[in-house]
Ligand binder design. Sequence first.
Ligand code: ADP
Ligand code: MG
Length: 220
Amino acid sequence: MIEIKNLEKTYTRAGERVVACRVDALEVAAGEQIAIVGPSGCGKTTLLHIVSGLLIPDRGSVRVDGQDLFALSERARDRFRAARFGYVHQTFDLLSGFTALENVELAQYFAAGRTDRSRAREFLTHVGLEERMHHRPRELSIGQQQRVAIARALINSPKLLLADEPTGSQDPDSAKRSLALLRSLATEVGATMLLVTHDPASADAMERKVDLRALSGAAQ
Ligand code: ADP
Ligand code: MG
């Protein structure tokens, strides 16, 4: 489902070149649930931004579902992403002016140009938010916001679910429950899952675990 080769992204900071992310080779099979681990600053978020096509690397190729992401025009890449990817951000990134239900419906609208309220309700019920659909993010607990973000990421049955420290701001027990929910929903909709985390416990809960620093020959 994912095939990465010779990937590198650098930034220049105060005249110095900083390697933000380097991956010589990585393959993730369809349906696989993989964790990429590593300490803060090792390039995890940069990697997810590249795999989602939001950030263009200096060199290297990324194929998702057989498509070379950076051979597409920016518009085509945006469409590719909307139709096939789900993304859970560390900070959830819910739209604060919209209710839980509307946040999920907006994701439907961006992917398909229309909403399906009954499916959105069904999904929110599935993640235990049947009583909270009309609440805005600030009226929800962190755990509840997390579950809205999970519903939103999976509502369009993405082929690829990308998750950036999705349980980062939760206590260990609720982190464990959220991750289990994310994994079971990903399995249900048939999504391949790529999670990045600095937390060894979250990584251990996944099918496969790879240290980002071990993916490149050069030290970072
Ligand atoms: P992680 O998610 O593993 O904590 P990041 O991918 O956010 O790491 O960052 C990797 C490295 O790239 C860090 O050293 C960070 O400071 C640097 N970096 C990330 N984004 C930028 C940017 N826009 N400009 C300059 N440096 C950046
Ligand atoms: Mg990060």
